[in-house]
Each structure stands twice: as structure tokens, then as C-alpha cells.
Design a protein around this ligand. Sequence first.
Ligand SMILES: [Zn+2]
Length: 257
Amino acid sequence: MKQISRRDFLKLGGLSLLTSGALSFEGQFEKYKEQPIIYQGSSHFKRVALTVDDCYLVTMLQKLEEILDRHPEAKVTLFPVGKALLNNQQKDPGIWNRFYNNGHEIGYHSYDHTNPQVVSPENLVADFDQWLNALREVLDEEPTVRFARPPFGNASPSFLHMCKARGVVPTLWSTGWGGETENVVKYTVPKIKNGDIVLLHTRKSEIEATAQALPILAELGIQPVTISRIYLDWLKEQNETAGCYADPFSLSRTCIE
Ligand SMILES: [Zn+2]
């Protein structure tokens, strides 16, 4: 995937405000006054996002790493809590760097998994900063963080405030691979749709399901990509209107109605 700078990324988000369809300017303003929450990407592209929440168990992260080593085309997004960042770095120094340097993405999921519903907007911004500092501590380089997933999927007003204040996109999911591995592989995985955002945790059954799902996805011609890629596909879809085309990777070909 071509690297996109943070500036381009933000610029692109801004462009979608201007080119998002046939609504009047006021209509578009209304539409985007509240930050959109992303649940899934575009159905036009054969891509999905596998996202792993919490990331408490280092052994399961290591297992995931092994699986991904066998599928270099597949990228995932990790949403670890801050405490797991620090704990797992102690247990396996460099583990986060290895994921990050291999092109996987890392997003915010709170410092200690407190429900955002019971945290004030100000304290949630402070929580993001504490989490980001933990991430900085475990990575060799300044991380790029674009997405935030609320604990318990609770995109509360305080959570959305934090996202706005820190310029990250609130991210939920459209499907999950929880449950018995055998059933997930047999019934859930084959039903995957373009643009799906799959929720996973570092549970043995779900990591095992992922191991078995990757060859199935390859067979279907569906590529697991980062949330950034899924989001850019989604923005691209928003930007595409009749007689008007926007390529997320070349910002010159956009149009404004
Ligand atoms: Zn969680």
C-alpha cells in the first residue's frame, strides 16, 4: 500500500465534506457536523479489516504473528488497551514494533478498558494521551494513530468528544468471529462481505478461527487490510458521484459540485 501522510489523510477527510454527493452545502454540513462513526467500508472493493481488541494475551499475539507471517498479504489492526501495551512489551520486548513495522495498524482502545460512558470528556482526552504515551514507549518511532474503538463498543458523547479533540475516527465493527472456532469457520467466515470490519479478541478460539479464515479469504479473493485502507475506500465511495471521481491516493482528481 502506498504510504499516505497524516496531512494527506486529514486533507482527504476534509475533501469528503465537499464532495459527498448531491446534498446542498448546508445538508452536507448537517450530515458531517457530528463525526461519522465507521462500522464498515465500501462494498465496491474486495477488502475487509480484521481488528483485534484488548490484546491482553501475549501468547495469542505471538500466535497471530506466526499466522500473519504465513500470509504476508494480510494486514490487521490492533486495538490494545494501554496496560496491555506495557505488559506485553515486558513479556516480549519489541512485539509491538514487529507488528507496526510489518505494516499492521494500531488504534486506541483506552488505557485500562473503562467504559467511556462513565468518564468525563476531559478525562477521556487525558486517557487517550496516557494510552498514546504507552504506545510511544513501546514503539521505536512516533506512531500514527487514526482510529479509536470504545471499550464495550460504547461510542458515548464523551468518546466522540475525545475523537474530535484528538483527530481520530471512531470505529466499531460489522461482524465478529467470536464463538466456537468450528462454527465460525463453517458458518460466519464464508458470509463475509466486502468492506466488513471483523471484531476479534486475543482468545484462542478466535485466533484459531483467523488461522483457518485467511486461506478461505484468499480463495474468495478478499484481502484483509488495515482500517486506514478500509476508511480510504469508504471516503472514495463518498467522493464518487456522477461524472466525478476521486482517487484517495492522488488528491488532484477530485471534484466539487
Ligand atoms: Zn475491549
